[in-house]
Design a protein around this ligand. Structure first.
Ligand code: MG
Length: 399
């Protein structure tokens, strides 16, 4: 394909000018298919919240860790101060103790035989970023070489192991869900170099003691996919077949002391929103969550309508009916629509012609509500408006 740099640059500058001056185009109401039992928003709904802004971070290099994204919660940033976010993994009921792991050259280093460490902070579903390096000096083999582990909620282990040139049982390989599922590949760098894990964790969900979502782990190692939403089968473990158990609501992140001075750096996480099965906040939701969200959207639109007047008020109230068909609102809309059309019928000539754009937008709104069965046909004000627009020769609108 030919490439014309001057022309492209011209187009880019043109689009920049257009973009910088145009109002944001977030779509129109009365457009995509209406909300339904599992979707509180219409297709292309302008009322659906914009994604929150996150300043992206930077990628890590072998020499230095990257910057986390702006909303990441930092668990270790290379400073001795961030060691205060960790403690020794003492047994339940025992008093907390400072960790004996050390910070050296910007890395959190396991001191063999000092025990696991855990975050003071507790959390659950997350995007987790961890970088780790096995000792440069190779010693041991199989599970004895550069072994540590990342325990989500202190329970499910994503294995940390120097498998660069070191076979072991597959379900205990680096980036395995330990004892449950091997990774899909070996994308490790040599020992001494930092490896980058990006993990997406979803805990098991139970309802009334019944498992409704097994939970899952997605793991990338150095940007290569290792686990593709692997279902959890409980917390995993050594030698024993793992069985599903109910996880607590939250837990700490734990790092394993397996007797090797494995180093960690650049540890951060971003909490994830609840899944649809937990009530959810977006996407296909349960009927209960959808009804609640539709009520919330309709309530907000009606509150907004109260600040408006005339046609804008009527349209906003009409819009609210897409989310919640409230008899009182429907009656108000019908009365306002009837008055609106009655007002138009009294106009003539240029005064009526001046209303063309507005009348067509009202007509489109009622056509939409009728098509989506929010208003039942025949809807008298629409029938009258259709007749009026036809008589005026305005009826080039798709209905
Ligand atoms: Mg381990």
């Amino acid at each position: 394909m030919k490439f014309y740099p001057a022309f492209s640059a011209f187009c880019a500058s043109l689009s920049l000018v257009v973009l910088s001056h145009a109002a944001p185009n977030t779509g129109s109401p009365f457009y995509g298919e209406a909300p339904d039992a599992h979707h509180p928003w219409a297709v292309h709904d302008q009322n659906r919240p914009q994604p929150k802004r996150v300043e992206p971070g930077t990628f890590s290099s072998a020499a230095q860790p990257g910057q986390p994204p702006s909303d990441a919660i930092i668990l270790f940033d290379g400073t001795a101060a961030s060691l205060a976010k960790w403690e020794s993994d003492t047994k339940p009921g025992m008093p907390a103790q400072a960790t004996k792991w050390i910070v050296r050259d910007g890395a959190l280093e396991c001191v063999p035989k000092s025990g696991y460490i855990r975050t003071k902070e507790q959390f659950a579903d997350c995007q987790l970023h961890v970088e780790w390096a096995a000792p440069l000096a190779v010693s041991g083999d199989s599970q004895g070489r550069g072994n540590s582990g990342i325990f989500l909620m202190g329970l499910a282990e994503v294995q940390v192991l120097d498998n660069y040139n070191n076979p072991t049982y597959a379900d205990g390989f680096a980036a395995s869900v330990y004892g449950i599922n091997p990774p899909m590949a070996n994308a490790l760098r040599p020992p001494g170099e930092f490896q980058v894990y990006d993990i997406i964790f979803r805990r098991p969900v139970y309802r009334n003691g019944q498992l409704v979502d097994a939970g899952r782990l997605t793991v990338f190692c150095n940007g290569v996919l290792m686990q593709d939403a692997t279902p959890l089968e409980g917390p995993g473990g050594h030698m024993k077949r793992s069985v599903p158990i109910e996880f607590p609501a939250q837990g700490p992140l734990k790092l394993q002391d397996h007797g090797n001075p494995v180093r960690y750096r650049n540890i951060w996480y971003r909490p994830l929103p609840p899944r649809s099965i937990e009530g959810g906040t977006d996407g296909a939701l349960t009927t209960e969550a959808t009804t609640a969200k539709r009520h919330e959207i309709a309530t907000n639109l009606r509150a907004d309508a109260a600040k408006l007047s005339d046609t804008a008020k009527m349209l906003r109230l009409a819009e609210s009916l897409s989310y919640e068909n409230d008899a009182g609102t429907a009656a108000s809309v019908e009365k306002m629509a009837s008055d609106y059309v009655g007002g138009l019928q009294k106009l003539q000539g240029p005064a009526l012609e001046a209303k063309k754009g507005e009348a067509k937008s009202v007509q489109r709104a009622f056509a939409y509500l009728q098509k989506n069965k929010i208003l039942v046909a025949p809807y008298k004000p629409k029938t009258q408006l259709d007749a009026l627009t036809k008589a005026q020769g305005w009826d080039d609108v798709k209905k």
